[in-house]
Design a protein around this ligand. Structure first.
Ligand SMILES: Cc1cc2nc3c(=O)[nH]c(=O)nc-3n(C[C@H](O)[C@H](O)[C@H](O)COP(=O)(O)OP(=O)(O)OC[C@H]3O[C@@H](n4cnc5c(N)ncnc54)[C@H](O)[C@@H]3O)c2cc1C
Ligand SMILES: NC(=O)C1=CN([C@@H]2O[C@H](COP(=O)(O)OP(=O)(O)OC[C@H]3O[C@@H](n4cnc5c(N)ncnc54)[C@H](OP(=O)(O)O)[C@@H]3O)[C@@H](O)[C@H]2O)C=CC1
Ligand SMILES: CC(C)=CCC[C@@H](C)[C@H]1CC[C@H]2C3=C(CC[C@]12C)[C@@]1(C)CC[C@H](O)C[C@@H]1CC3
Length: 537
């Protein structure tokens, strides 16, 4: 028995030490085949099944299924969720869909572009990539167009979305004009900010499919220019880069003109590069300053940006499509944890086209062992935190995880009044003077904490719980796609579930859909798994 455990540990250690080789020789080729099959499937769907004109018919079919469910005796009914397999979802947890009654939502079409309303009506399973490929050639993009092409517009609406434009418009939910929902009794309702369903409008974001099924949504779009003029500003000193981010984002003055796109990558506590992007045409004579940075042989974006710390301030023009997909090949810096040598110039030249591994493939092949390992030895967290405490966020992240780079995207959080949605109004000191919003930011922490890298003891559960306590104390919120460690009581302290519970009762979601905390909590016992993997292999 003891020797079996020892052997398992030796294999696990060998795999950890040679993970780059394993990923290149096995994972990337398989991911490529997987992707080819998925692309073929998409092509078949588009060619033979796509039919925006059949939207109403398809929605009626969904309503019929939900009605049939609601007519069953209560004791025989399992709670409902969408039938989308978990491995397709951009969530690090594996919600137990097998315990639910699954309702297929086969709605993958773009329904209508409304230039006069500056909006687009889509079905929920349309992906960000699909929407971008449709909008950009027509001169538009989504107001909140995040960089993960696989994310679905519906999944983002029921969860949360944020991007480098969010300091101008807020979270993805602020760009939603209307939701079309099938409720637990099978009725179809159109939900807007001001109509009779405004209570639903405010509680649908961050609800993760626990109030009803989304069958269409109308989203705000913005006009674009073909390039982004990107300025890279290296900044030394934590106070300096934090101050500059607050100033550039408009956190200090609501009337200050802000850039179209804004982000910071923090490379260590005292050094960051701030990226300021504006829609632009390329002036004559500046063509040599165009950078197609998503080409397979180009350096990974965050590595390329790091060079400006030495090189100094500079600018260039990036085609919009390249800008939107800038973090794609290295999935921010997640791929480095899998292929440590992936940014090597020779590797890029010969194999760069194989990247990134498909997120769906990584999830598809996640065994319980791999899940337990990644959960305890890696961090994937995006946390919405108040920007007036940016310095404290960085200190806390270093104290608990000690990993860099760290991502910062500024974002407005609007005050919609008390008890309207799951987010509380920002505190007084977090509000932008004279505005109805506070300036927050996403803190993106992805990778392997330093103690794990140095093969020291690391207690992932303890570190994450401390981060959650900090988040709650400063009035922030973690994205719920990532693992959460809070008890139900702690969760209810962080999120304001007053309106959510009222809406669940009013629209008969209790008993029909799981509760939000049950939906997003990890499917594994974090404390038990954490204990097993705390010590280095
Ligand atoms: C009728 C229909 C039924 C479907 N049914 C199913 C189903 O049952 N199950 C299922 O799993 N899928 C289904 N799909 C899948 C759906 O096709 C895909 O999720 C979606 O089409 C995106 O896939 P893609 O890989 O072609 O596009 P993406 O890879 O997402 O991108 C399309 C293009 O846009 C570019 N692009 C992507 N993101 C960006 C960005 N942010 N900025 C700029 N450019 C970008 C890419 O380079 C690419 O050229 C269905 C689709 C349809 C139309
Ligand atoms: N930059 C950003 O802002 C990023 C955000 N994310 C996160 O990723 C997630 C989006 O990923 P994606 O794979 O598209 O979505 P998911 O499949 O992960 O869905 C997210 C949640 O929305 C629910 N949902 C999805 N579709 C519907 C529907 N039609 N009706 C009702 N509920 C629905 C899902 O419920 P069910 O389990 O029943 O399917 C699930 O709880 C979000 O949680 C988002 O916060 C990820 C990357 C980047
Ligand atoms: C910029 C913002 C706001 C968000 C970016 C989020 C992404 C970095 C994550 C979204 C889904 C995540 C998943 C993983 C890594 C981090 C994300 C891409 C994994 C690939 C990590 C390895 C696991 O085995 C599977 C995960 C799936 C989701």
């Amino acid at each position: 028995m003891g020797s079996e455990v020892g052997l398992k540990q030796r294999i696990a250690r060998w795999m950890e030490d040679h993970r780059g080789l394993i990923v290149v020789l096995i994972v990337l080729p398989l991911s490529l085949i997987f992707d080819a099959l998925m692309q073929f499937r998409h092509w078949v769907f588009r060619k033979f099944i796509s039919a925006p004109e059949k939207h109403d018919e398809r929605v009626r079919a969904i309503q019929k299924k939900v009605r049939k469910w609601s007519e069953q005796p209560q004791k025989d009914r399992k709670m409902m969720c969408t039938a989308r397999p978990n491995w397709q979802s951009l969530s690090t947890t594996f919600f137990r869909k097998d315990l639910c009654h699954k309702i297929a939502i086969p709605l993958y079409d773009i329904l209508e572009l409304k230039p006069s309303h500056m909006s687009i009506r889509v079905e929920p399973m349309v992906s960000v990539g699909q929407a971008t490929a449709f909008l950009v050639p027509r001169g538009y993009t989504l107001a909140v167009c995040l960089e993960v092409a696989e994310a679905t517009l519906g999944g983002l609406a029921m969860g949360v979305g944020m991007t480098t434009y969010s300091h101008k418009v807020g979270l993805y939910q602020e760009s939603i004009i209307a939701y079309e929902m099938v409720l637990s009794d099978g009725s179809l309702v159109r939900v807007t900010r001001d109509n009779e369903y405004s209570d639903l409008y405010h509680t649908l974001p961050w609800s993760h499919g626990t109030l009803g099924f989304l069958v269409a949504l109308e989203l705000q779009i913005i006009k674009i220019k073909p390039h982004i003029k990107m300025e890279y500003i290296p900044v030394k000193g934590k106070k300096n880069y934090c101050n500059m981010m607050r100033e550039l984002s408009g956190a200090l003055d609501k009337d200050k003109a802000t850039p179209d796109y804004l982000e910071a990558t923090i490379y260590n506590k005292e050094e960051a590069v701030i990226m300021v992007g504006n829609f632009s045409d390329v002036p004559p004579g500046e063509e040599n300053k165009i950078n197609h940075l998503t080409r397979w042989y180009k350096p990974w974006f965050y590595k390329y940006v790091e060079r400006f710390l030495k090189k100094g301030r500079d600018y260039e023009y990036i085609p919009l499509g390249d800008y939107l997909l800038r973090h794609n090949r290295a999935i921010f810096w997640v791929v480095e944890t899998m292929i440590p040598f992936g940014n090597n110039a020779l590797f890029r030249f010969f194999f760069g086209w194989l990247l990134p591994p498909k997120i769906a493939f990584l999830k598809f092949t996640t065994t319980p062992g791999v899940r337990a390992m990644t959960f305890t030895k890696q961090v994937f967290q995006d946390i919405v935190l108040p920007m007036n405490q940016l310095e404290d966020q960085i200190d806390k992240s270093e104290e608990l995880f000690d990993l860099y780079p760290v991502l910062v995207y500024p974002c407005r959080i609007y005050d919609h009044g008390p008890h309207r949605g799951q987010l509380r109004p920002p505190r007084k000191d977090q509000m932008v003077p004279g505005a109805n919003y506070g300036m927050f930011n996403d803190l993106g922490v992805y990778g392997v904490p330093r103690p794990v890298l140095e093969k020291k003891r690391f207690d992932a559960v303890d570190a994450m719980r401390k981060m959650e306590r900090f988040t709650q104390e400063v009035g922030g919120y973690p994205f719920l796609y990532a693992d959460t460690f809070m008890t139900r009581e702690e969760f209810e302290k962080m999120f304001d579930l007053t309106a959510y519970e009222q809406v669940r009762a009013k629209y008969n979601a209790n008993g029909a859909f799981p509760h939000l905390h049950d939906k997003i909590k990890p499917e594994i016992d974090v404390v038990e798994v954490g204990k097993q993997y705390m010590d280095p292999l």
